[in-house]
Design a protein around this ligand. Structure first.
Ligand code: HEC
Length: 204
């Protein structure tokens, strides 16, 4: 009788142990991104948010500087080529130097490669919060965050993103050649053109 009880207890313990080990080895289940307010963020997340903001500021500054000098050098049609080649590199360089992943996206893309990455698709829908910046936390609880920040069109953008009569000299042709699927014209200053997205991983 006694040994039967001990046998059962040992069995239960073994089962619990097995469950724990199996549980630990099971791959982490991603539960998607969940919006989080400034007040809800813990200290680590806030530091990650600041890093994301620094990266965004740096990428915005580099893009604007290169765009402006390319336009001044040789006009907007030439600057399209510079933007096409430099924008993806600037995104990668900024990501590496700030320890984040970063890019630009839009609901009406010029370059189809700027689609929001798969990593962000679980739980994030573009336009989810209109023109507001939104911070998301990784639902798996590792403290990772993602930040989506609206990009609003400015006056100097219409020469490449405005209506047909606002486009700079040679821009329409350059766009047809390089971006046959372009959906990023017809915007006016003040319009929501797209978003910067930044991801700071939980182990970052
Ligand atoms: C000289 C022309 C030119 C000007 C001026 C310009 N852009 Fe662009 N824009 C481009 C090109 C070319 C791309 C595609 C870059 C690529 O291939 O990644 C682009 C892409 C973008 C994207 C990424 C999403 C997408 O559609 O692929 C955003 C957002 C954007 N531009 C916003 C702006 C804003 C805001 C301004 C004004 C500050 C601006 N652009 C000024 C040419 C221009």
């Amino acid at each position: 009788m006694k040994s039967a009880i001990i046998g059962i207890l040992v069995g239960i313990l073994a089962a619990l142990f097995a469950i724990q080990i199996l549980g630990r080895q099971a791959p982490a289940i991603r539960t998607g991104w969940v919006p989080v307010t400034q007040l809800e963020m813990d200290t680590t997340q806030r530091a990650r948010f600041e890093r994301a903001e620094e990266a965004r500021g740096a990428m915005f500054g580099s893009l604007l500087a290169e765009l402006t000098s390319a336009i001044q050098e040789d006009g907007p049609a030439h600057a399209i080529g510079v933007c096409a080649e430099r924008a993806p590199i600037i995104a990668l360089e900024t990501g590496v130097s700030h320890g984040v992943r970063i890019g630009r996206t839009s609901a009406q893309l010029r370059n189809p490669k700027n689609e929001i990455p798969d990593l962000l698709k679980e739980g994030i829908e573009l336009g989810i919060s209109g023109n507001e910046q939104t911070v998301f936390e990784d639902g798996d609880g590792d403290g990772g965050i993602a930040v989506l920040t609206p990009i609003v069109l400015m006056d100097q953008c219409v020469q490449c993103h405005g209506g047909e009569d606002q486009l700079g000299e040679g821009v329409a042709e350059a766009l047809r050649e390089r971006y046959p699927e372009d959906r990023a014209t017809g915007y006016q200053p003040g319009d929501l053109r797209g978003w910067f997205w930044v991801v700071v991983e939980g182990d970052g």
